[in-house]
Design a protein around this ligand. Structure first.
Ligand SMILES: [Zn+2]
Ligand SMILES: [Zn+2]
Length: 417
């Protein structure tokens, strides 16, 4: 089905107020009450430091790439072993490994490959090119030529977040369309995640880009990796393959990618290009994993109430927000707005390895890009924000059949960024 978008009506003021009210301040600052020693851990989980000068672990990009690759292999191996055990007894370990592994795979694509195609993963352009050519064949994601073209278009102000932006067009094709009610959009999200069609189309698009539209060397490498998959099935069996490869590398990978790009920007396939830089800034935001730490009140029973609130907060941080950080909003993704807007704060997006801290530095230095005004906390709020935004846009549609996804939409599906 091909959708055509009609005239966009002015946004309803009430809906727009609801949209902007999802932005939240003070969540990270509320954690100031917790011991200093755990602040770096909270910075890692949330994606937002309390202060720009906070101590941080510094790894070279080469070491980070190496550790990510080696640990992925380690988790694949661990999952193969776990699959040979009594599945029910080791299920918690399998689920834990799935979350970490999908996060590592996503990090390779959405962080390392992303910055390689921006020519800023390694100091050497040759190495960047090599990484960008090799990685898609290893984990079966969109080949580097297609990904580079699509992603640089995403950065283009004339295309950014509009129907010509491959990510926006693909989300619209999945039913995340301006004008739909938020309840419908939530239902659509659950149905998409559970839909075998979504997973088959996503996997097919990835495999076609790697095997059918790739250069010869990269295709041969991908065939080698595919033979390793076959060898794994022959040696360890279907169960091991499903647990170690199929679920994390395809099913969970697709869900993680969908949630990532669903919440990334103010998509609007019914709208036009940005009017000015202010409009461009308003289509970006920071995404953080966590929620406000409960404050201590001074009335009777307050200690007990506070204790239970802290227990609830800790549980939610560990079982709700941490998994999102580990498996979906990996590495520098919380500060994706900084990736687009660093120059407004007098910084250079080439310094992406310090993006979380540099973003905080811009905020403490007067916050010219307005980062602190556009911060979303928790995946539920990020999704709700996007759905309220889409609901706030009034437009008319006409539908005609055009047979499947366009080339541009397929590319977004494969890149999954
Ligand atoms: Zn980029
Ligand atoms: Zn972006």
């Amino acid at each position: 089905m091909r959708l055509q978008y009609g005239r966009v009506e002015p946004i309803h003021l009430i809906s727009l107020t609801k949209v902007t009210s999802m932005f939240e301040n003070g969540a990270r600052e509320s954690m100031h009450a917790l011991p200093r020693v755990i602040q770096p851990i909270l910075t890692w989980i949330t994606g937002k430091p309390l202060e720009a000068t906070e101590p941080r672990l510094v790894l070279s990009n080469s070491l980070d790439v190496f550790i990510t690759l080696v640990s992925s292999i380690g988790f694949f191996a661990a999952l193969i072993w776990l699959a040979s055990q009594n599945i029910l007894a080791v299920l918690p370990l399998i689920v834990l490994s799935w979350f970490v592994l999908v996060g590592l795979l996503r990090k390779m694509q959405v962080t390392h490959l992303h910055h390689a195609i921006h020519n800023r993963l390694f100091g050497s352009p040759r190495l960047n090119k090599l990484y960008a050519r090799v990685l898609p064949s290893l984990i079966f994601v969109q080949n580097s030529v297609e990904y580079r073209k699509e992603h640089l278009e995403h950065h283009n102000a004339h295309i950014f977040t509009t129907e010509r932006d491959a990510d926006a067009a693909f989300l619209a094709k999945l039913g995340f369309i301006p004008g739909r009610e938020r309840g419908e959009l939530w239902m659509n999200l659950w149905m998409t995640i559970a839909s075998p069609v979504f997973h088959i189309v996503f996997a097919r698009a990835r495999l076609k880009s790697v095997f059918l539209r790739n250069t010869r060397g990269e295709t041969v490498l991908a065939i080698g990796v595919a033979l390793a998959h076959v060898a794994l099935i022959v040696i360890a069996g279907w169960k091991a393959y499903a647990v170690a490869v199929f679920v994390p590398m395809f099913i969970l990978y697709h869900v993680s990618a969908l949630l990532q790009f669903l919440t990334e920007h103010a998509w609007n396939v019914a709208g036009g290009a940005v009017d000015d830089w202010n409009d461009y800034r308003n289509r970006c935001w920071g995404r953080f994993c966590g929620e406000k730490y409960p404050s201590c009140e001074s009335n009777s029973n307050s200690h007990l109430v506070h204790f239970f609130r802290v227990c609830r907060w800790t549980t939610r941080m560990l079982f709700l927000h941490l998994p999102v950080r580990v498996a979906c909003l990996v590495a520098d993704l919380p500060a994706h707005d900084w990736h687009h807007l660093a120059h407004f704060g007098g910084q250079n997006s080439r310094d992406w390895t310090r993006s979380l801290y540099l973003r905080q530095l811009v905020i403490s230095d007067g916050d010219k890009p307005g980062f602190a005004r556009r911060e979303l906390w928790s995946m539920r709020n990020m999704i709700e924000h996007q759905f309220l935004w889409l609901q706030s846009i009034t437009c008319t549609y006409s539908a005609s059949t055009a047979g499947g996804l366009s080339q541009q939409e397929k590319a977004a599906l494969v890149s999954g960024e």
